[in-house]
Write a protein that binds this ligand. Structure first.
Ligand SMILES: [Zn+2]
Length: 180
């Protein structure tokens, strides 16, 4: 990371060195509260034995930027990766510089969700596929719940879980259908 990096928020403020967590250096824009984090620094921090628990700081309101941003170091457009369904925001990643940009509050939101050590996974295709399939499943379930009601869907889930634990699962389902 170069010595002098400016933020591309309106005032174009210079980033200042901060410690995001004990042993984790980063650069922060004092104007917008965004944070620039090196993936190598993050990896070293994560691998250090000291990282067992993060303080449960109260997360300030998220201010996820709506569009892709330019990398503060190389000015190329950063790639956006969804952190998940909850919290739902996008992490900006520059693959060339191996830098991540977190808007104000996003680091704290990651920490609260237990995802602070998993930044490397979040900026991967596998993580993105999983977020998509989780969302698809949630949307399908929401549709089923509005059609059949929560009590019905909860009951079906309970029965399915019970069936999945039975050694004779398929035979029991056949019995259920046939009405013996
Ligand atoms: Zn870059």
């Amino acid at each position: 990371m170069g010595a002098r990096v400016v933020c591309n928020c309106a005032p174009r403020a210079e980033l200042v060195r901060v410690e995001l967590a004990p042993g984790l250096p980063a650069q922060q824009c004092e104007a917008c509260g965004g944070v620039l984090l090196g993936m190598a620094d993050h990896r070293h921090w994560r691998e250090a034995a000291a990282v067992s628990a993060l303080p449960g700081e109260a997360a300030p309101a998220l201010s996820d930027s709506p569009s892709a941003r330019a990398c503060p170091a190389c000015t190329r457009l950063m790639q956006r990766y969804r952190a998940g369904m909850t919290p739902d925001f996008r992490v900006d990643h520059c693959p060339a510089c191996q830098l991540v940009w977190l808007d104000k509050g996003e680091w704290q939101a990651l920490a609260q969700a237990g995802l602070a050590t998993r930044l490397g996974e979040i900026v991967s295709a596998a993580w993105q596929r999983r977020v998509q399939s989780d969302e698809l499943r949630a949307r399908r379930e929401a549709g089923l719940r509005s059609k059949h009601g929560d009590a019905c869907i909860d009951e079906i889930k309970r029965v399915r879980e019970w069936l999945d634990g039975q050694a004779q699962r398929d035979e029991l389902i056949a019995l259920l259908r046939a009405g013996w």
